[in-house]
Design a protein around this ligand. Structure first.
Ligand code: GLU
Length: 423
């Protein structure tokens, strides 16, 4: 898959913020107060590699806004991470958390590394090193990291333990997405994809009366993509195509997401699933004539380059930033495509993180079923709320569903900043 230019993501976020500020009738001062993170920390992490040499990795933590509470957002380990990308993603977390009514600001972290090229011991050193460099700036009331692209519960466990070694405190609430033995919830793994499926179901009810029999294509078969496909399938939709970085598969009769996942786990890619009708490219998948398209991989896959060839009726953003602002406006207002924006559609992860954090703070217990039920309730409520605001306070032929979500989120943050005397 192509590596995007991460400055574009930051510029896109600035453009979306500007549109929201204009809709809300707010001034340039508010835009200036919100476009930059409150703090960005760069760290250098030395790792003793298996061959004895020391290799240095660069990482960041961007703390965008804390008006509503401690910064919250994941840490990604990816070879293409840049400071600008982390800044843009931290800004998105501010809006995502505000829109979901969570008591959090927005933050994001990243380390420029290919984690697949590291041994388990190298990965552990890197994870611990990240916390050693940042422990003064994070904590249960300050900034609460979580998993993101290519980070997982084991990495959260090492980070949690490193925090304990430095501070002497078993602060479970300092990080979320932990393994269940360390205060995490198993439901955190399914949360993003399940939440995306619930958001799609609520919008499908408004558009078509439900999901039953609707065709779906999912781009990306990592955590978010696989679970979105699995739950959409369980809800009655037909998954006609899925893909990963090596390519995609298509079957008009529908694919079984679990069977495809087994093949990917065994052989490394969905393309080796033999019961599919044919193989397709990622580009072809995006342009399929389906009811619902779920981009669940990376940023900037639907752009001014391919927007005219997109045929889906609904796009649900499981990834962060897969549709550029230009394509968002074109597809929504010219072609009548409903685009369920990332800050709404993929909020399931951080909503589940909040349940985990609350539970850790009170030293409580919550069952997996109860956690999943709460997530479903919040996702469907939030989706209906954005839909209703879009239709009652805006003109859906001129404004996108993203405009509605951002207007609600930015308004909430601005009000909190005013009350605190920050604006
Ligand atoms: N990394 C996820 C996101 O982009 C989850 C963040 C969290 O759980 O704090 O929303």
């Amino acid at each position: 898959m192509q590596v995007k230019d991460s400055r574009v993501l930051l510029q896109d976020q600035e453009r979306i913020l500007r549109r929201a500020i204009e809709h809300l009738g707010l001034g340039d001062d508010v835009y200036e107060a919100l476009r930059h993170p409150e703090r960005v920390i760069q760290v250098k992490i030395p790792v003793r590699m298996s061959d004895g040499r020391v290799k240095v990795f660069i990482g960041w933590r961007s703390q965008h806004n804390s008006a509503l509470g401690p910064y919250k957002g994941g840490i990604r380990f990816h070879p293409a991470v840049t400071m600008e990308e982390v800044e843009a993603l931290s800004m998105m977390m501010t809006w995502k958390n505000a829109l979901a009514d969570l008591p959090y600001g927005g933050g994001k972290g990243g380390v420029r590394v290919d984690p697949h090229a590291l041994s388990p011991s190298e990965l552990e050193q890197l994870s611990r090193g990240y916390i050693r460099m940042l422990y003064k700036y994070i904590g249960p009331d300050t900034d609460i990291p979580a998993p993101d692209v290519y980070t997982n519960p084991q990495i959260m466990a090492w980070m949690f333990d490193e925090y304990y070694r430095i501070t002497g405190e078993n602060q479970f609430a300092m990080i979320t997405g932990k393994p269940k033995q360390l205060g995490g919830l198993e439901a955190r793994i399914i949360a993003t994809g399940f939440g995306t499926a619930v958001a799609a179901r609520e919008v499908a009810k408004k558009l078509w009366g439900g999901l039953e029999g609707k065709t779906v294509a999912v781009q990306g078969y990592g955590n978010a993509g696989y679970y979105a496909a699995k739950f959409l399938h369980e809800m009655g939709a037909i998954i006609v195509a899925v893909s990963d970085s090596r390519g995609g598969i298509y079957s008009s009769k529908g694919l079984n997401p679990d069977e495809v996942k087994k093949v990917k786990n065994m052989k490394g890619s969905v393309i080796f699933y033999e019961k599919a009708e044919k193989r397709i490219t990622n580009e072809e998948l995006l342009e399929l004539d389906v009811d619902i398209l779920v981009p669940a991989a990376i940023e900037d896959v639907i752009t001014s380059e391919n927007m005219e060839r997109i045929k889906a009726r609904m796009i649900v953003e499981a990834a962060n930033g897969p549709v550029t602002p230009e394509a968002d406006v074109y597809l929504s207002t010219k072609k009548g495509v409903v685009i369920v924006p990332d800050i709404l559609a993929n909020a399931g992860g951080v909503i589940m993180s909040h349940i985990e954090w609350m539970n850790n703070r009170i030293g409580g217990y919550i069952s997996e079923e109860e956690a999943k039920r709460r997530l479903e309730e919040k996702m469907s409520h939030n989706t209906r709320r954005v839909w209703d605001f879009w239709h009652s306070e805006m003109d859906p032929s001129k404004h996108t569903m993203r405009d509605a979500a951002y207007a609600l989120a930015v308004k909430k943050v601005v009000e909190a900043m005013r009350l605190r005397g920050q604006l």
